[in-house]
Ligand binder design. Structure first.
Ligand code: 0X9
Ligand code: ZN
Length: 303
């Protein structure tokens, strides 16, 4: 199993999710949401006690940006917490079906682990027309695609791709979300870094009609997160806190898939280590973020 004292490579993540399914078959089902450009699997982990098939869903994912290693490290840890620690808080799984994708950009992630790759790679690894490789998967979603805050240059770090959903990894996530969208109350996209709990929109500085609902729940979550050891998080819309960025998964989850509570969580730190967060911060990060996620889960039980 993983121990979250170091970062795990792609094979270790696959081994972990398969081991969870084998050890806890009554709680965990692993299916494939599809494969990446390079043919790597994109696992979809369902955590559920079964029953009616009508339960509210929380959909959570991490690793859309290759270099943000803390994202898969958090999401895999949350799988473990829900499953191995089920007895400590059965209500979260008894009342909610969790659909979790721990690694949305397996090709890019592998590249960040490779001695011949690049630790700070962000995009996927599909070639473009020219010499530059990769699309920013978090600019490739079909909601207000290419309306600002993304690059039209293939070599750009935020290249939006040749068309909305041109990238197979983005299509795979889209289809996984759509398969349960009618009962999904919350979508979480885990990223780093900066310590922000972000709401839509990213394509405009205007706020969604129900912004106050999203803000209030985020505030309750961040209160508990910060209470653990004082880590400050800012709450607000992506555009207002980070600037325009269109074609992101969170805007599509809300505006395209109709999921009301769509959050992007930018975890530790604030730039001291940035994307290269030391491994001894994985567990402290995970413990505090989990406190926030639990607040959201409590709310989902009442929705
Ligand atoms: O720019 C991004 O894709 C995210 N920040 S990161 O440093 N992890 O790359 C923020 C995305 C926020 N959501 C929207 N702008 N819609
Ligand atoms: Zn990111």
């Amino acid at each position: 199993s993983l121990d979250w004292t170091s970062y795990s490579d792609l094979p270790a993540i696959y081994e972990f999710v398969n081991e969870m399914a084998a050890t806890y078959p009554n709680l965990v089902t692993v299916t494939s949401a599809g494969t990446s450009y390079e043919g790597n699997d994109m696992p979809l982990v369902k955590i559920s006690t079964g029953g009616s098939g009508e339960k509210n869903v929380i959909f959570a994912e991490g690793g859309i940006h290759a270099r943000e290693w803390i994202a898969p490290a958090y999401v895999t840890w949350m799988i473990r917490e829900l499953v191995e620690n089920y007895a400590a808080h059965p209500e979260y799984v008894d009342n909610i079906d969790w659909y979790i994708m721990p690694i949305l950009n397996p090709d890019g992630y592998t590249y960040t682990f490779s001695p011949t790759g690049d630790r700070l790679w962000r995009k996927n690894r599909a070639p473009n027309q020219g010499i530059c490789v990769g699309t920013d998967l978090n600019r490739n979603f079909d909601f207000q695609w290419n309306t600002g805050g993304s690059s039209s240059l293939e070599c750009g770090e935020t290249y939006h791709g040749g068309a909305p959903f041109s990238q197979v990894e983005a299509r795979n996530v889209r289809d996984a979300i759509l398969s349960v969208a009618n009962r999904t109350k919350v979508y979480f996209s885990f990223h780093s870094y900066g310590q922000y709990w972000l709401t839509p929109w990213g394509y405009t500085s205007a706020l969604p009609d129900d912004y106050q609902d999203l803000f209030d729940l985020a505030q309750s979550a961040v209160d508990k997160l910060t209470a653990v050891e004082g880590t400050p998080y800012k709450i607000g819309s992506s555009t207002n806190l980070l600037g325009l960025a269109s074609g992101c998964s969170d805007d599509w989850a809300k505006g395209g898939a109709g999921i009301k509570y769509s959050y992007t969580v930018e975890m530790r730190d604030k730039g001291t280590f940035g994307f290269q967060l030391p491994a001894n911060q994985i567990l402290p990060n995970n413990l505090e973020v989990w406190e926030g996620v639990k607040v959201v889960a409590e709310a989902v039980m009442l929705m």
